[in-house]
Design a protein around this ligand. Structure first.
Ligand code: FES
Length: 68
């Protein structure tokens, strides 16, 4: 058995900070939602953030919740 077979994947606990598919940083979305009062749904339609693979959505929602 090779040593590679003993290596288990280690989950990365680092949160995403932008939508990798659209390239939109979460700070930009948060600024427009929290400071300018724009709707998240409208921004998603406009920018594509969270609309393709959707992997960023949990971290985007956490980012927005933390911003309050
Ligand atoms: S990373 Fe945001 S839609 Fe894919």
């Amino acid at each position: 058995m090779s040593s590679a077979a003993l290596v288990e994947p280690v989950p990365c606990g680092r949160a995403m900070t932008r939508c990798e598919c659209s390239g939109v940083p979460f700070d930009e979305i948060a600024r427009r939602v929290c400071d300018e009062g724009q709707s998240l749904e409208k921004l998603q339609a406009e920018t594509g953030c969270g609309r393709l693979c959707t992997a960023c959505l949990p971290d985007l929602h956490d980012h927005l919740s933390a911003r309050g």
